[in-house]
Design a protein around this ligand. Structure first.
Ligand SMILES: Nc1ncnc2c1ncn2[C@@H]1O[C@H](COP(=O)(O)OP(=O)(O)OP(=O)(O)O)[C@@H](O)[C@H]1O
Length: 270
């Protein structure tokens, strides 16, 4: 999309949350260029974004618009080409090792479309993994895992292997694992992409419940407008930029309005 595209004009009218919320993570001028091949790819272009405590944000956008790249930058899985990152208001350089690993352990929980559970470990041990890496004692781990199993409704399945679980159950375990170390932000890349409609609903209700109970900031990348209706804000990406934002009213008009915006953005691609 060129600088003249009308989508860019909408940036002036992006609504921000009304209340004075506590800032958790902020990025300014985040840019990512993949330049290994002969033709460099600009995956993110000067993205500015603030994430607030306890909010659920959905990210939608056309394929290749930079959604996953943004999550990789926010979680310090990969480093941006340029831009600043602020953690609880303080500018931090979290993209170089060993700071990147420490930042991820302390601040980030990640949920993937394909669950990414360790196949040889049972449910309890998969959930415990971030705490083992953090060096907690066995007693501390036991208490926290028990609490997490209750939160995601997987107590009965605690000694089972991932291969003995349904997709929805595996995602419950993955969510428990992502949240057990009480991260500042949960990042989820298409968390319901591999699930059927009913299981998607179960997982979304679980995420909303945990978001409320724990005041957990969540960012969910999704292609599914229905999934986006569960969020407080929906950010629309196109060509490496946030081109629009929708604040959910949490009523029946949301789905229609999100679909409209998404269709408009997809048309802007042509
Ligand atoms: N490791 C990489 N090396 C080179 N190019 C990459 C790499 N990762 C992503 N890209 C490119 O960056 C752009 C953004 O990709 P990204 O995966 O962030 O998009 P997306 O919005 O998540 O897409 P999708 O919805 O299809 O998953 C694309 O053009 C993609 O080809």
């Amino acid at each position: 999309m060129s600088g003249q595209n009308p989508l860019k004009k909408m940036m002036n009218n992006i609504p921000v949350p009304q209340q004075k919320l506590k800032e958790v993570l902020r990025v300014e001028g985040l840019t990512k260029v993949f330049d290994k091949s002969s033709q460099p790819i600009q995956a993110l272009r000067q993205v500015d974004l603030t994430l607030y405590e306890g909010e659920m944000v959905a990210i939608m956008g056309t394929s290749g618009s930079g959604k996953s790249t943004l999550l990789h930058m926010l979680s310090a899985i990969d480093a941006p080409t340029s831009g600043k990152m602020f953690v609880f208001g303080e500018q931090r350089d979290v993209h170089l090792e060993p700071q990147a690993t420490i930042f991820r352990r302390n601040h980030i929980g990640f949920v993937f479309q394909s669950f990414e559970l360790l196949e040889d470990l049972n449910v309890m041990d998969n959930i415990a993994m971030p705490l083992i890496l953090k060096g907690l004692t066995n007693k501390e781990i036991e208490i926290l895992v028990k609490e997490a199993l209750d939160q995601v409704g997987m107590k009965k399945w605690r000694t089972h292997l991932p291969t003995e679980l349904s997709g929805g159950q595996q995602q419950r375990v993955a969510i428990a694992r992502a949240l057990i170390a009480k991260p500042s932000i949960l990042l989820a890349d298409e968390p319901t992409g591999a699930l059927d409609f009913n299981t998607t609903n179960d997982i979304l209700h679980l995420l909303v419940q945990l978001n409320k109970e724990l005041q957990q900031t969540m960012v969910i990348v999704t292609h599914d407008a229905y999934v986006a209706t569960f969020a407080d804000r929906v950010l629309f990406f196109h060509d490496g930029q946030i081109v629009d934002v929708y604040t959910n009213k949490k009523d029946e008009s949301d789905l229609e309005e999100i679909l409209e915006k998404f269709k408009y953005i997809a048309r802007g691609e042509q």
